[in-house]
Design a protein. Structure first.
Length: 214
């Protein structure tokens, strides 16, 4: 089965491209990053542009994206955002059971399609959290059978909407508060509606992170 990713994740990825790179991406756009402790995707200087290498093992691929929003690091382990067209030379996709593995073999990336920011590392982690929450809400939506459940999901979407807007904020504490608040709301709703979440420790982590900000 080829994995799918929610349209809302594509819209958020497109917004990240506009915010960080100042251009409109050809959609759909799939966010791509290394998962589960794997070595990060590396975007390293190779004048006049950059070269991208690494493996993203869990990338949804349905519908087929036209562009990839790569969340990686540079030579100094600083967070980097890069935009890569799916058909770019050096991009290889291997479909596996439940995942799509994307390999980047010395992929050339133009200067204008790579961005750094002083707060990029934390900001990208918040955005990845939002991507995960959006995917969880889409799964909840598919299984909703009552008006009460749909109402709960809409409330969750409102909280995640606030978090998504907050990820573009230059105020780290406000962003941290909004993302963790949305995560707590969504994860508790998932548990109450019987949707198993893949990382039980995530709820406790967000609760701990939220506590000193209240």
């Amino acid at each position: 089965m080829v994995p799918s990713w929610p349209a809302s994740s594509s819209r958020l990825a497109e917004q990240v491209v506009r915010d960080e790179l100042g251009e409109a991406a050809a959609g759909p756009v799939a966010p791509v990053t290394a998962e589960g402790g794997a070595p990060p995707l590396r975007v390293e200087r190779s004048r006049p542009g950059w070269h991208l290498t690494g493996i993203a093992s869990c990338t949804p691929w349905s519908p087929v994206p036209r562009s990839l929003l790569v969340l990686g690091v540079d030579e100094g382990d600083n967070a980097v955002v890069a935009l890569v067209a799916t058909e770019t030379s050096g991009v290889e996709v291997r479909h596996r059971a439940g995942t799509a593995e994307v390999r980047f073999a010395d992929v050339e990336v133009a200067e204008r399609r790579v961005a750094h920011s002083a707060d990029a590392g934390a900001a990208l982690r918040e955005r990845l959290t939002v991507f995960g929450l959006l995917a969880a809400l889409d799964r909840l939506d598919d299984g909703a059978t009552t008006e009460s459940e749909r109402s709960d999901i809409e409330l969750c979407r409102a909280a995640v909407g606030v978090a998504a807007r907050s990820t573009r904020s230059g105020r780290p504490l406000a962003r941290q508060h909004d993302v963790s608040a949305a995560a707590v709301v969504v994860l508790l709703t998932c548990a109450r509606l019987g949707l198993a979440f893949d990382d039980v420790g995530r709820l406790a982590w967000h609760r701990e992170r939220l506590a000193p900000l209240l």
